[in-house]
Design a protein around this ligand. Structure first.
Ligand SMILES: Cc1cc2nc3c(=O)[nH]c(=O)nc-3n(C[C@H](O)[C@H](O)[C@H](O)COP(=O)(O)OP(=O)(O)OC[C@H]3O[C@@H](n4cnc5c(N)ncnc54)[C@H](O)[C@@H]3O)c2cc1C
Length: 231
């Protein structure tokens, strides 16, 4: 397994307790939109077995052409050892990335794409939205709906609405599900969903009740996990 140790180049604050960690992108390190990676901190592989408290799955919130590997996450004052270590990292210190892969690349099937995210889950969709803005073929319209009770309005300044892209931010479940039901009147739509497992399950239930086929739902899960969620 290839492990890349990459220096931290910059940290951008995106909102209260929300930061993007920018790592140096080596030549040849590329990924598809929607990709996630394994992010690991120094010492994770020092023992016989990997130390899981120093490893997290993280989406990559940038695209390769931006020249940086962005990882967006929340770090609250009370947090895990992993997040506390991340908070204290200094520029130039290295983070390991491995097993980078996208389960949710853009499907260009002449269907409208609906991106449903909770909180920092919008970070997974940022590169998908940018990719659509760069090449709209096969995707007549894209909608992004984000629910966030902290009202961070993540990436709001960068992900501006256009004729082919609409973006909505809500801060409560009732407004979120009203939007989802409205979107689900489009029986041909593709629904990408990113958030906690409970968020996925609740959203899938609403889409199923609206008779959206599970083949039109995209989750960042391995095939065996997908079956558990969708059936
Ligand atoms: C495919 C995939 C992609 C993902 N992409 C992202 C991403 O882009 N960004 C992202 O942020 N996350 C992402 N996640 C989730 C990520 O892997 C972590 O589970 C998440 O960030 C929480 O990590 P943590 O270390 O805060 O949580 P955990 O250690 O799992 O703890 C869960 C929660 O418990 C609380 N907690 C834990 N320890 C303490 C403590 N000592 N004191 C007080 N409270 C504590 C915190 O509120 C914490 O959020 C992704 C997950 C998957 C599967």
């Amino acid at each position: 397994m290839q492990i890349d140790w990459l220096p931290l180049e910059q940290v951008t604050q995106e909102g209260e307790h929300t930061y993007t960690f920018h790592l140096k992108r080596p030549d040849g390190f590329v990924w598809e939109e929607g990709a996630h990676t394994h992010m690991a901190l120094e010492g994770f592989n020092a023992g016989e077995k990997p130390n899981r408290s120093l490893i997290r799955h993280m989406s990559i919130s940038t695209l390769p052409h931006e020249g940086t590997i962005g990882i967006t996450t929340r770090i609250k004052p009370e947090c895990s050892v992993f997040k506390e270590t991340l908070r204290q990292l200094r520029m130039g210190e290295k983070i390991a990335l491995f097993k980078t892969h996208s389960n949710i690349p853009l499907r260009r099937e002449n269907r409208t794409v609906y991106l449903l995210s909770a909180g920092v889950g919008l970070a997974t969709f940022r590169p998908i939205i940018l990719q659509h803005q760069a090449d709209r073929s096969g995707i007549p319209h894209m909608h992004s709906l984000n629910i966030d009770s902290t009202r961070t309005g993540l990436f709001q300044e960068h992900l501006r609405p256009t004729e082919q892209f609409s973006t909505y931010y809500v801060d409560n479940r009732s407004a979120y599900f009203d939007f989802v039901k409205e979107m689900a009147t489009d029986k041909e739509g593709l629904f990408y969903i990113v958030g906690s497992d409970d968020f996925l399950t609740d959203t899938i239930d609403v889409l199923k009740i609206a008779n959206i086929p599970t083949a039109q739902m995209m989750l960042d899960k391995r095939q065996d996990q997908l079956n558990t969620f969708l059936t």
